[in-house]
Design a binder for this molecule. Sequence first.
Ligand code: A2P
Length: 347
Amino acid sequence: MKENLVVAVVGATGAVGREMLNTLYTRNFPATTVKALASSRSAGTKVPFGDEELLVEELTENSFEGVDIAIFSAGGGTSTKFAPYAVKSGCIVVDNSSAWRMDKRCPLIIPEVNAHTLKEHNGIIANPNCSTIQMLVALKPLHDVAPIKRIVVSTYQAVSGTGQKGIQELETQVRKLFNGIEPENEVYPHRIAFNCLPHIDVFLDNDYTKEEMKMVNETNKIFEDDSIKVTATCVRVPVFYSHSESINIETTKKLTAKEARAILAKAEGVQLYDNPKENMYPLAGDAAGEDDVFVGRIREDESIENGLNLWVVADNVRKGAALNAVQIAEKLLEMNLVHVKDRNLFM
Ligand code: A2P
């Protein structure tokens, strides 16, 4: 393993960036130096790193000199602009934005699902969308036994997926409503407090949202199978942390609910939480702050021959973003892949 490893977190002041620092610290990531980078707005401020604090530096094209791995969570525009400079400096990028996910040069990785494709990396590795990650961690072990033909998913996504500003908007609106004041909407197009918005990211020409199409396209890429049909409805709900998903799958051969439970009970990164008689099923409130993907409400779909319904919940800021990104960085070390082949590939 490389000695004196230097790691940078880009977007270190944001909701995901802060969790990335926390994850690096709590998992004892073997970095000698951790750099916190953000915009000029927060340069000079400090962010917590375990018991210490890191001074936030302004992200510039030269920020990556001597940095081995940079984990980005500062939005697509920042990744598009700065990831190529990182690679040019010989730094490997793990990017949490959607900027590079569908780029053929960039593997899209969930360590439990497709770590083998990391070997093909060219310097930028993409972290999938939060909703895709938790869905595929739960579905991959079933797909290995009974290949999936079609997925119908509806999501119930927390406001932390929008970053610090989403958390702030829900909090402010709830406070105002309890004080009899009609709140304004600044982040979402409608009030999120006590509401559900079937609208995440922008609408596309096919009337799906970009978030919904991310779930479709990323699933095909990660499962390396474009024949799997996926249709998604993504909904923002007034929950701070953890996304919940209602997932229906159609498989090529019969998988009973009992068999599915047995498979998922042993699956990596999954906790089976399925005892309806005891009112036991995954809840956003319980998954918040946890690493695993929780699966319950497993039922056979009685309307088709080979189908299952599942309810899947995970902390979107952890497994959906920060933890998955840090796990990718850990895999890079484990597989001895901390080198850039062509520094100019993305310039
Ligand atoms: P800053 O705090 O300086 O604005 P969130 O998703 O929670 O809103 O966080 C977004 C993160 O991305 C923040 O750390 C933010 O830094 C950072 N960021 C946004 N735009 C840029 C930029 N142009 N350059 C560097 N960091 C950026």
